[in-house]
Design a protein around this ligand. Structure first.
Ligand code: APR
Ligand code: PHB
Length: 389
């Protein structure tokens, strides 16, 4: 088998990279070790920055997003007794959209299978080789159990945090940074109309809570728990009671309904540099992880592959290595900006149990809710800084 760009991983990063390269006339093959059903069933975040929406629409995979996505002009920040709305268009001229990452992935897979480049599910034993030369390959076993070798010009490692690509890059040196947070999120999906028009990020003495949504009839909610918590300890009633307590506000009520999915998500920050080794390039969760508080994970993956697609087109069409040579540094600049913002949102909103921390957090929240300058800094980061900044 031969292609120009071999892509490991069919999450949002790999699938969108394949689409962007196809539109630039570059052949790809996407290799995914899970089944289509598994990939499409993963529950992930749901906030898209304006550039992400524009990228998907311009790539011809944004029709359903435009029909079903929910444009949001802001978020609510809450601390006991106060719920304050941040008006994103008024603060920074941008907005965000609510559209599940699961739906983005389904739209990309559908486009890929409908006349797009090869997308192979259920592969195994995937191994990038000879990435230091200009003729790398990916060895793998296909879904039929047949050993294969995919000869490439370039390999893209978009195989997420647990993938095989980052260790290959790290084998040539580099370094990682990691912070594991002393809390986790218990997340639920519920068949009930959201109780607020836009997202509510709430600080509370019992712990953080987030009210989000997937559609006008499906709510997505999270509450801070100890990382060691077992989901079996949390009945639906206990979850709803905890959420109602943390969102409590005079004249407002949290609507409850059937819980259709619940799980506990760990929280970490992770960055690996560089994001390249020879002809192997990392993008998305393969290179970095952010805590979900800043809603950056998917948007950062889109930013990476937007830069990478342009760089690979210049290399493979024009033989110019300048953009691939600067890809890692340019991508990491945004990775660190998003890593800082995600850490800042997480640190401001999650209870550590220390009362000094609590006073600092409440002071920061009051500052953001009362100062246009402080609110603008949050709004600019949350809605996504321009790719060149
Ligand atoms: N071979 C082939 N595919 C692999 C391998 C492997 N060895 N290891 C992992 N994969 C696949 C996973 O099954 C997954 O489908 O790579 C894909 C990686 O996708 P994601 O983990 O979703 O990462 P990414 O595409 O970078 O998207 C980042 O996803 O996890 C969320 O919060 C994250 O929103 C962010 C987004
Ligand atoms: C979600 O809807 O899943 C979501 C929204 C905002 C976040 C994190 C998750 O910050």
């Amino acid at each position: 088998m031969r292609t120009q760009v071999g892509i490991i991983g069919a999450g949002p990063a790999g699938l969108l990279l394949s689409r962007l390269l196809q539109l630039r006339g570059i052949d790809t093959v996407v290799l995914e070790n899970r089944s289509r059903e598994y990939v499409e069933a993963r529950i992930r975040a749901g906030i898209l920055e304006e550039h992400t929406v524009r990228t998907l629409v311009d790539a011809g995979v944004g029709d359903r997003l435009q029909r079903e996505g929910l444009p949001h002009d802001g978020i609510h920040l809450q601390h006991p007794g106060v719920r304050h709305h941040l008006d994103f268009p008024g603060l920074c001229g941008r907005k965000v959209w609510v559209y599940g990452q699961t739906e983005v992935t389904k739209d990309l897979i559908r486009a890929q299978l409908d006349g797009g480049p090869p997308l192979l599910f259920g592969v195994s034993d995937v191994s990038p080789e000879d990435v230091d030369g200009d003729a790398p390959r990916i060895r793998f076993t296909d879904a039929d159990g047949t050993p294969q070798a995919l000869e490439c010009d370039v390999v893209a490692g978009t195989d997420g945090f647990h993938g095989v690509s980052r260790p290959v890059v790290a084998g040539a040196g580099g370094r990682t940074w990691e912070r594991t947070y002393p809390y986790a999120w218990l997340g639920i999906l519920a068949d009930v109309a959201p109780s607020a028009d836009e997202l509510v990020y709430a600080w509370h003495p019992d712990g953080f809570a987030l009210l989000s949504m997937r559609s006008p009839t499906v709510s997505r909610l999270y509450l801070q728990v100890d990382p060691a918590e077992e989901i079996g300890n949390w009945s639906d009633d206990r979850i709803w009671d905890g959420l109602a307590t943390r969102f409590a506000l005079d004249g407002w009520e949290l609507r409850t309904g059937p819980v259709t999915e619940k799980s506990i998500l760990p929280m970490r920050s992770f960055v690996s540099a560089p994001m390249r080794r020879g002809r192997l390039f990392l993008a998305g969760d393969a290179a970095h992880i952010v805590p979900p508080t800043g809603a950056k994970g998917l948007n950062l993956a889109v930013a990476d592959v937007t830069l990478l697609a342009e760089a690979l087109a210049r290399l493979l069409h024009e033989g110019q290595p300048d953009l691939v040579d600067s890809y890692s540094d340019r991508a990491l600049a945004r990775v660190w900006r998003c890593t800082h913002f995600s850490w800042w949102m997480t640190s401001m909103l999650h209870r550590s149990g220390d009362d000094f921390d609590a006073e600092l957090q409440l002071s920061q929240l009051r500052r953001v809710c009362s100062s246009e300058a402080a609110a603008r800094e949050l709004a600019e980061n949350y809605t996504g800084l321009p790719l060149d900044r």
